[in-house]
Ligand binder design. Structure first.
Ligand SMILES: Cc1ncc(COP(=O)(O)O)c(C=O)c1O
Ligand SMILES: N[C@@H](CCOP(=O)(O)O)C(=O)O
Length: 529
């Protein structure tokens, strides 16, 4: 293996451990080691660097930033690539239909969905152990762009993009929270319950993971040599996609346009794109109406579509699945529960897990559960019909307002994910989701109502004994609870019509007087003093 290394490239080497001998994976045919192409990792790392070597890293020059430092050490070509293909492949369609990621295309020739496909044979030239080591070696670093939980898996995301085009806010690497008390005390002694806090993130939701990829690709398209005349990037949103789009566009200096359903998103979500300087249209319709409009507008104007209909988004979102595996030292959980709305994320999780299985990083995939609010449950109804009849609906208001979606664009993707993982769809009423959220809060979280939907699904599946107490379960928390404080205020005020707010904990108004305070505390702590 040729090695072109020198002392000053040390910092770069730390991000590229030496490939293992190309141990053939079990599922995909691998090329013999002798025919392996040289890749960045081959060329950059003749010998694996021990962790201690980090302390010998030379500080970069004071007048150089991390982007420039990365540019000084360009990764050699790896021979990896990705492109768009129809999803699912149309039975009578053109088997050769594919599009470069540099094309602006959201639909296949037959009007169906597209998916980003990777050259799996090229990826499989390296063993699962190699990819695990490489991804692990990048966690927690600042080396551009690998400090991001998404771009630390760049080879599985957008292998060909120039790091200089990447727009990253070092998203991902989110907390996998051990829900010790919730599992032990409230779910029949579960001791392996985890909450993946995707919402503890730059704009407070998992959308950051996908948006860094989409906006990076737009940045590449707008810059020389491609110089595509993209005037801005637009989305319809229930409040989280719009926040992420606005932040990433603001960071890149690209105009953002967001279509929001008036009075249907939280105040905190509304102020995010406003603060980031986006063009905010508040429309007198629901999310599905906004979605129809943005599709029409992006077909007419040079505005790039940022919703998850655009499969680029899912390439970033799938890294949350890979991160979960990584956080468990590449052990596969038994179940992963994801709240579903427009239904891109459930597919993204499947894609991340399945890619790791196919490439030998793990040997199986978890069972997936998609959890919907009963007030916005088109997938649940479809599932209950035995997948025979999908009926779009007019979604009713729900505290889980970000998933108030009746005609999800990625329904076909969700079905593939659920069928392939022996998955389940569950639903939660308003009372169930608010109680589940509030109980989680009582055990140290500050969950959003959508996480409440996923937790309520877990409660049901535990009651039905579908999920066992010894199984390892991950509940995906999709947004930060602080974005939905009004719903919590209403709950703790017991102000919600027809809802027994079982865990309401209103503040106690007390006279500022020692005796009055003592009376309240004695009553509250009765038997414990
Ligand atoms: C907080 C939150 N949770 C869950 C979802 C559902 O994700 P998806 O639309 O990919 O199903 C969304 C958006 O739809 C969201 O904003
Ligand atoms: N919850 C989403 C709804 C749109 O979903 P997307 O993933 O297709 O952008 C939002 O926050 O807007």
């Amino acid at each position: 293996m040729a090695a072109t290394t020198h002392a000053s490239s040390m910092s770069f080497l730390l991000s590229h451990p030496q490939p293992r001998s190309a141990t053939p994976g079990t599922r995909l045919p691998l090329r013999p080691a002798a025919r392996r192409v040289r890749c960045a990792t081959d060329a950059a790392a003749p010998t694996a660097q021990p962790a201690a070597a980090a302390s010998t890293k030379h500080r970069r020059a004071a007048d150089e930033n991390i982007r420039e430092e990365a540019a000084r050490h360009p990764a050699p070509k790896q021979g990896l690539s990705a492109w768009y293909e129809p999803f699912p492949p149309a039975p009578n369609g053109d088997p050769n239909e594919r599009y470069s990621l540099d094309e602006i295309v959201y639909r296949s020739s037959s009007g169906g969905l597209l998916d980003v496909r990777h050259d799996m044979e090229a990826l499989a030239r390296f063993s699962g152990a190699y990819w695990r080591d490489l991804f692990d070696s990048r966690v927690g670093r600042t080396t551009w762009p690998y400090g991001s939980g998404v771009w630390s898996k760049k080879e599985f995301v957008l292998p060909e993009i120039d790091p200089d085009h990447i727009v990253s806010l070092f998203e991902g690497n989110s907390n996998l929270f051990w829900a010790e008390r919730l599992g032990r005390d409230h779910l029949g002694g579960m001791n392996d319950l985890w909450v993946k806090h995707c919402g503890i993130s730059h704009t407070g939701s998992f959308k950051d993971l996908g948006m860094t990829v989409l906006v990076s690709q737009v940045n590449r398209l707008r810059r020389a040599p491609l110089s595509r005349p993209i005037a801005g990037v637009g989305c319809a949103s229930t409040g989280d996609t719009s926040a992420a789009l606005s932040a990433y566009c603001a960071a890149a200096g690209i105009p953002a346009i967001v279509f929001l359903p008036a009075n249907r998103i939280s105040l905190e979500q509304l102020i995010q794109p406003i603060a980031n300087g986006a063009t905010v249209l508040s429309l007198d319709t629901d999310f599905d109406g906004c979605m129809r409009l943005i599709r029409e507008v992006t077909a007419e104007l040079p505005i790039y579509l940022a919703n998850s209909l655009n499969s680029l988004r899912l390439e970033g979102q799938k890294t949350a699945a890979i991160e979960i595996l990584q956080q468990f030292d590449w052990e596969v959980p038994d179940w992963v529960i994801v709240p579903g709305g427009n239904l891109g994320n459930i597919y993204a999780f499947y894609k991340g897990f399945e890619m790791c299985r196919v490439l030998g990083l793990v040997d199986r995939v978890p069972r997936l559960v998609c959890a919907q609010a009963a007030n916005a449950n088109p997938l649940y109804s479809y599932y209950k019909s035995g997948w025979t009849e999908f009926q779009p609906q007019v979604a009713k208001p729900t505290f889980a307002s970000a998933i108030q979606i009746g005609d999800p664009v990625s329904v076909d993707r969700a079905v593939v994910a659920l069928k392939a993982t022996n998955g389940i769809v569950e639903e939660a009423t308003e009372e169930e989701l608010m109680n589940a959220m509030s109980l989680a809060d009582r055990t140290g979280m500050f969950a959003c109502p959508h996480t409440g939907v996923a937790l309520a699904a877990l409660f049901k599946l535990r009651d039905q004994r579908v999920i066992g107490s010894n199984e390892r379960v991950v509940v995906v928390s999709t947004a930060h609870g602080l974005k939905f404080s009004q719903s919590k205020i209403d709950y703790h005020d017991s102000k919600i019509e027809d809802m027994a707010c079982k865990y309401a904990n209103p503040p106690v108004s007390v006279k500022a007087d020692f005796g009055a305070v003592m009376d309240v505390l004695k009553k509250r702590l009765k038997g414990k003093l």
